[in-house]
Design a protein around this ligand. Structure first.
Ligand code: URP
Ligand code: ZN
Ligand code: ZN
Ligand code: ZN
Length: 500
């Protein structure tokens, strides 16, 4: 459906960027945005897409996915092919996935394995965060290589998953220090792994083996404490920090408080936490309850989603991901007798944009520009992709969504494009529907049809020392350097009293 030369003219839509909206046409050529302006005239052939009454948005960037992750004894069912296709159907044109090396193994080898897995399958552009699951000189060296040669500028450290991925405080200190030295952003999974281990023992001893035990063993405090600790450690080394999957009001308040006292910290709530809550863990149907199990858990306080959305609206929280890590019902059943064995993870990559439009914009907590900021531009800024991604402007990548703010769709596993056999948003009616998705200058989704082949997407390398994140950090290094007080040398005579 793409005209020769791949030119597309989007006519008559309202172009929405994070800072303004304008009635403009958009010309796409060779995978890039060639022009943005009123009444663009194009010489030669171009496919014209009418967008009157619609919004034209920068494609969504999902900051947090785990396609086909091998985890907790099984493998996530959405692979890079199906998962990125579903992303496009939902208006997301880029994902950031995680390389998670096993403890003691090479980060570089894990990265190469993940590239080899993803490159031939991805239907949209992608980039990679790398997890630091153990500490040593080799890890430190490989982080540097990843930043300097492999296009990685973000590393995730786990404070949970004791004995598997968890780092101790002194290791966090070392890892954050290295991030700072090489110009990367430190990311944390903030939950106190020791307290979770104790909480698990307690719940099992009380005979609580169902999904409700998953939340009860790790209440909000456990997340908030680790969030504060990570912020304290990052501040001690003046390293920028990014808190992944902020799931509770308590943790969100910690991030907000830190930002208000000037810390360079960013909080990422996810679609699940914005669109649903943890009351489902108490559902009588085991499979229904288990479907919501992820770490940190969704919170039973039903005011949580609205609260997190308010904080996104006012910039206390910055970006949205999904933590898309999907396990079908039979995989969840690995934990049918013990909640600790339920593979952790939920869906979101397809529905994030619509859920946030519904709960954020349609509910009047934010406007269309803030929607673009939290679904696309801020991610591009923090991870050093801006304005290649996250903005509709001449020269930017042609990753676009034509969005119908009036149309509605009902989310269901029966109609979604993901591989997983249920949907945590089942039955939710969302205003805000992607009508056309354009990735790399090609129409890849149109009126319900996906028109894309595996391998269409590309790995997008990212450079270190992103100014958006590091300018304040470097300013502090220069200006707020501690320095010693100049004194005369200590003299014994001066302080010895003369004999009377
Ligand atoms: O439950 C989750 N979040 N699964 C994926 C792994 C992680 O911690 O992000
Ligand atoms: Zn995590
Ligand atoms: Zn339910
Ligand atoms: Zn995750």
């Amino acid at each position: 459906p793409v005209a020769p030369g791949g030119r597309i003219l989007i006519k008559g839509g309202k172009v929405v960027n994070e800072d303004c909206s304008e009635m403009s046409d958009v010309l796409v050529e060779d995978g890039k945005i060639a022009a943005v302006g009123a009444d663009l005239q194009v010489a030669g052939e171009a496919r014209v897409i009418e967008a009157a009454g619609k919004l034209v948005l920068p494609g969504g960037i999902d900051t947090h996915t785990h396609m086909e992750l091998a985890f907790m004894g099984t493998t996530a069912v959405d692979d890079f092919h199906v998962g990125t296709k579903a992303a496009l159907a939902g208006g997301t044109t880029m994902i950031l996935d995680f390389v998670i090396p096993q403890k003691g193994t090479s980060l570089l080898e894990a990265y190469e394995t993940w590239r080899n897995t993803a490159d031939p399958k991805v239907c949209c552009d992608y980039s990679l965060h790398v997890a630091v699951t153990w500490w040593g000189d080799k890890v430190k060296k490989e982080m540097q290589t990843l930043v300097q040669e492999k296009g990685v500028n973000s590393f995730k450290m786990f404070m949970a998953y004791k004995d598997i991925f968890m780092l101790q405080d002194h290791e966090l200190y070392a890892a954050f220090s290295q991030c700072k030295d090489i110009g990367a952003i430190a990311q944390v999974h903030a939950e106190n792994g020791d307290l979770i281990a104790e909480g698990v023992k307690k719940m099992l001893s009380l005979g609580i083996t169902g999904p409700e035990g998953h939340e009860l063993c790790r209440p909000e405090d456990v997340e908030a404490e680790a969030t504060q600790r990570a912020i304290t450690i990052a501040h001690a080394v003046n390293c920028p920090l990014y808190v992944v999957h902020v799931m509770s009001k308590s943790a969100a308040k910690v991030v907000a408080g830190a930002r208000r006292s000037g810390r360079v910290v960013f909080g990422e709530p996810i679609a699940a936490g914005l669109g649903t809550d943890g009351t489902h863990y108490w559902h009588k149907d085991w499979a229904h309850a288990a479907g919501f199990v992820m770490g940190p858990p969704l919170r039973p306080d039903p005011s949580t989603p609205g609260y997190l959305m308010d904080l996104l609206a006012n910039d206390d929280l910055s970006v949205t991901g999904t933590d898309n890590c999907t396990f079908s019902v039979c995989q969840k059943a690995l934990g049918k007798e013990d909640f600790t064995k339920i593979p952790n993870g939920v869906n979101g990559v397809e529905d994030r944009m619509s859920v946030i439009w519904e709960k954020g914009v349609h509910s009047a907590k934010m406007d269309e520009n803030r929607f673009v900021a939290i679904t696309s531009s801020n991610a591009a800024k923090i991870f050093n992709l801006y304005p290649q991604k996250g903005r509709i402007a001449k020269g930017s990548d042609a990753d676009l969504v034509i969005w119908d703010p009036q149309a509605t769709r009902t989310i269901s596993a029966k109609t979604h494009h993901q591989a997983v056999d249920y949907n945590i948003f089942e039955g939710m009616v969302c205003h805000g529907v992607p009508v056309v998705t354009i990735s790399r200058g090609n129409v890849v989704y149109e009126h319900g049809n996906l028109l894309v082949e595996p391998g269409h997407g590309r790995f997008i390398p990212r450079k270190p020392f992103c100014e958006f994140v590091y300018k304040r950090v470097h300013q502090r290094d220069q200006v707020a350097k501690p320095c010693a007080v100049k004194r005369m040398p200590y003299s014994v005579i001066k302080y010895t009293k003369e004999p009377q």
